[in-house]
Design a binder for this molecule. Structure first.
Ligand code: BTN
Length: 327
């Protein structure tokens, strides 16, 4: 309801009475009043006059449906937008909803995560209210072995969105980190539900360090925020909408043609090609040089022993660069 009331306030240049809104929406005056109260609690500056009604003076940078939807050019991504003031993890909550048949394109946003999840069972910690914590549900009809390509399509979509807004050279640390000036500004965690031969859905979690002014000392050498790197405070809703817009376009291409059409760009923006790296997964660890990304999106590594390997997942640290070397 608050999103509908917000639309009325936004579309009227002057005061609009509670009565007009309640008649148009076919709800009670009390229900309009409650929505106004909720909007004020979210930080909207709304002037109330007993004679004239309500007037919207200022909108805060909040991530509710009523703020994001007007910025979307998508046809189904973001049709449903769920916002929480605080939640354990948008990924965990959206996985739950996906199991109860939430529709493809549902987006979940929060201002604060109390149990944010990173890749490889790490925690994802970022300051509340300043950053983007977003999850997105998709139900692609592809075999599970092709699902890893989605992470790269998401990474590219985030990169393209950020590139359109900031004058920064971003790169992708394959497959799922966005790097600005050598440090991580965004992490992506894709979680999948399915069986060996059947993919039910994927929840894509995106954490973007946006308007945070400082970074904790322990991770300062490897993490940063868009504000720190650019000096700009761009409203989070603009970034969120831009990511969703880019993603829908790329996702459509991916569904039709797979990862191959993205390989050229993925190589161009790679933070890893020609870098000496250490790669570890649950089974083994080895060092070598990244030489390419193949047509299927696999990372091609020449190991220090001269063997050529193709890699589809794992943890990669760039050797010789402080940022990703374990201390
Ligand atoms: C990583 O780099 O390790 C991935 C981080 C992903 C963080 C995002 S924030 C929104 C969504 N909800 C979560 O619990 N995690 C993802």
């Amino acid at each position: 309801m608050k999103n509908k009331v917000l639309n009325y306030l936004r579309n009227s240049n002057d005061y609009i009475s509670g009565e007009v809104i309640s008649n148009e929406l076919n709800v009670s005056r009390t229900s309009v009043w409650k929505s106004i109260k909720k909007l004020k609690e979210l930080g909207y500056n709304i002037e109330s006059s007993s004679k004239k009604g309500y007037k919207l003076l200022e909108c805060p940078d909040v991530l509710i449906e009523g703020e994001i939807k007007p910025l979307l050019t998508t046809s189904y991504i973001g049709n449903e937008i769920i916002y929480y003031n605080e939640i354990e993890s948008t990924n965990s909550k959206l996985m739950e909803l996906a199991k109860k048949n939430a529709t493809e394109g549902t987006v979940m946003l929060t201002d604060k995560q109390t149990k944010g999840k990173g890749r490889l069972e790490r925690e994802w910690i970022a300051e509340e209210r300043k950053n983007i914590f977003m999850s997105l549900l998709i139900r692609p009809k592809i075999p599970p072995y092709k699902a890893s390509g989605i992470t790269q399509v998401v990474a590219l979509s985030v990169l393209e969105a950020l590139e359109s807004l900031y004058n920064i050279k971003f790169t992708i640390k394959w497959p799922n980190d966005i790097i600005a000036n050598g440090k991580k500004v965004c992490g992506i965690l894709c979680e999948m539900d399915g069986e060996l031969d059947k993919l039910n859905f994927i929840v894509i979690g995106i954490g973007i360090n946006t308007n945070q002014n400082t970074i904790d000392n322990e991770i300062k050498h490897k993490a940063t925020s868009l504000k720190i790197e650019s000096g700009l405070s761009i409203e989070r809703k603009v970034i969120v909408a831009s990511v969703l817009n880019r993603f829908e376009e790329n996702y459509e291409t991916f569904k039709e043609y797979g990862i191959t059409p993205f390989i050229k760009k993925l190589k161009e923006y790679s933070a890893l090609i020609n870098k000496n790296v250490k790669i570890s997964n649950s089974f083994k660890e080895f060092t070598g040089k990244i030489i390419d990304i193949d047509d299927e999106g696999y990372l091609i590594v020449k190991t220090n022993e001269g063997e050529i390997k193709s890699i589809i997942g794992g943890d990669i640290s760039i050797r010789g660069e402080d940022s990703y070397l374990p201390k």
